[in-house]
Design a binder for this molecule. Structure first.
Ligand code: FNR
Length: 436
């Protein structure tokens, strides 16, 4: 309500409240590479568009003369009380978002996640730390303090690296492991492809790996093998730009991890990263392997079909994120929002029968731009949502203040939407609030 009052008294908000104005302002500020990476999706961008258009097909029905004088956004997720059903989606190579058109330093690292962590801590909302973060998770965790955090895992082809990431996440106070299922190969990202590089194979996407002892061993083994083999170097796989960005990051970085980065090491690091990033041979049965290696809840991200939701439950998942990765992976796909209700129904049908079983949360992302969008996702049955691009735009425009402002705008509109729909408690938002 303070945002609303400030507006009435003529104070402009920190960042635009309109989602399109927010994106436009961020676009003007960001480098072309940064904007393409963040805003872009797969192919002809039809899934990106569909994700947003879907919200226009679900209509809220306002109800009157319900006492909504006291409203609550608070909820509980995996046993943790939260001030609102909102998390920060994992976003890799985040540093690219804060490299500005003017006055920006190329690959000057470590401003993005710290800013996010400061904002999230102030708001009390969970950060889902990306495998591809621009900052080692330990540094982000230190800034988060007591604030909640989860860890998002890209399941590496190297078992030891998976185990190392999970162990680091546990030691960093992460309360869940989010296994992203939909990125075992990278989508056909036309906006990035046309710029001729793979954004997350650069320094901005690789810091989490460079700071990992298992990854370091893999890189060192590769450097050693290259040195002892034939004098003819292996064919150059990493782009010059990728290696240059690593070296540039090393120059700017005050910490020990990268300071002594040499050209051969940087090159080997990018090659190693491309080798171990993902594993396309995974099947549901592999989830049991991970289940045995951590006591943390496992949340699978990227579910779009009720049968996959059932398979996830059968193989030990404790939570599900309905997501199509913001339309970045497959084009001409179904809008993520249209897949939400069938997944919710499949999960509730399975878990509703046992009152002693802990609730399995169903979370949602892809296409949320406003508080009214959050309301719609909750009405269709989501227990919570993840915000993606909007907070990244806030970060690009105004750092931690921008992340905070974007999130507060979303929460303020959610609160007003609840009031006007006649719902006082966010946990009571349901399909009865929609004209279905
Ligand atoms: C992502 N997303 C993502 N997901 C993930 O599991 N690990 C990651 O490292 C990333 N990286 C990433 C980078 C950028 C720039 C974007 C925009 C997205 C997907 C993200 O978590 C989320 O699913 C989408 O952002 C949701 O879509 P919207 O709301 O941004 O359209």
């Amino acid at each position: 309500s303070s945002i609303y009052r400030d507006g009435v008294y003529g104070h402009r908000p920190t960042v635009p409240t309109s989602p399109d104005a927010l994106a436009t302002a961020a676009r003007r500020r960001m480098t072309r590479a940064g904007w393409s990476y963040v805003a872009g999706g797969a192919g002809a961008q039809r899934t990106v568009d569909a994700n947003r258009e879907a919200f226009g097909r679900y209509r809220t029905v306002p109800r009157q003369l319900v006492d909504v004088g006291e409203r609550s956004l608070a909820t509980t997720l995996l046993g943790r009380d939260l001030p609102a059903p909102v998390l920060f989606a994992p976003v890799g190579a985040l540093e690219l978002a804060v490299q500005h058109r003017r006055g920006g330093r190329a690959a000057a690292p470590r401003h993005a996640e710290p800013a996010l962590a400061h904002a999230a801590r102030g708001l009390g909302l969970p950060v889902v730390i990306s495998s591809q973060a621009s900052t080692p998770m330990e540094e982000t965790a230190a800034i988060l303090g007591d604030g909640p955090r989860w860890f998002q895992l890209y399941w590496s082809s190297d078992d030891a690296l998976v185990e190392s990431f999970v162990a680091r996440a546990e030691a960093s106070g992460c309360e869940a492991i989010v296994v992203t299922l939909d990125t075992h190969v990278l989508g056909w990202r036309t906006m990035d492809l046309d710029l001729g590089y793979l954004p997350f194979a650069r320094a901005e996407g690789i810091a989490q790996y460079l700071s990992d002892p298992v990854f370091q061993q893999l890189v060192e083994a590769r450097v050693g093998a290259a040195a002892s083999s034939s004098p003819r170097p292996a064919p150059a796989r990493p782009t010059v730009a990728a290696v240059r960005s690593l070296l540039s990051m090393a120059r700017h970085h005050p910490g020990p991890t990268l300071r002594n980065l040499t050209q051969p090491y940087a090159r080997a690091a990018v090659e190693t990263f491309l080798d171990v990033f993902s594993r396309s041979t995974l099947t549901w049965a592999d989830l049991a392997w991970l289940r045995e290696r951590t006591t943390l809840p496992l949340v699978v991200k990227g579910v779009q079909h009720p049968d996959d939701a059932r398979a996830a439950l059968d193989h030990g998942a404790d939570g599900i994120i309905v997501s199509n990765h913001g339309g970045r992976q497959i084009d001409n796909a179904v809008a993520s929002l249209d897949t939400l209700a069938p997944v919710v129904d499949a999960v509730r049908a399975r878990t509703g029968t046992d009152p002693a079983a802990p609730p399995v949360p169903v979370l949602f992302d892809s296409g949320i731009r406003t508080g009214a969008d959050v309301f719609t996702a909750l009405a269709l049955g989501a227990d919570a949502v993840l915000l993606g691009r909007p907070w990244v735009y806030g970060l690009a425009l105004a750092g931690a203040d921008g992340v905070r402002a974007v999130t507060e705008h979303v929460l303020a509109e959610l609160d007003l939407t609840m009031a006007l729909a006649g719902v006082a408690d966010v946990r009571q938002v349901g399909r009865h609030n929609l004209a279905l």
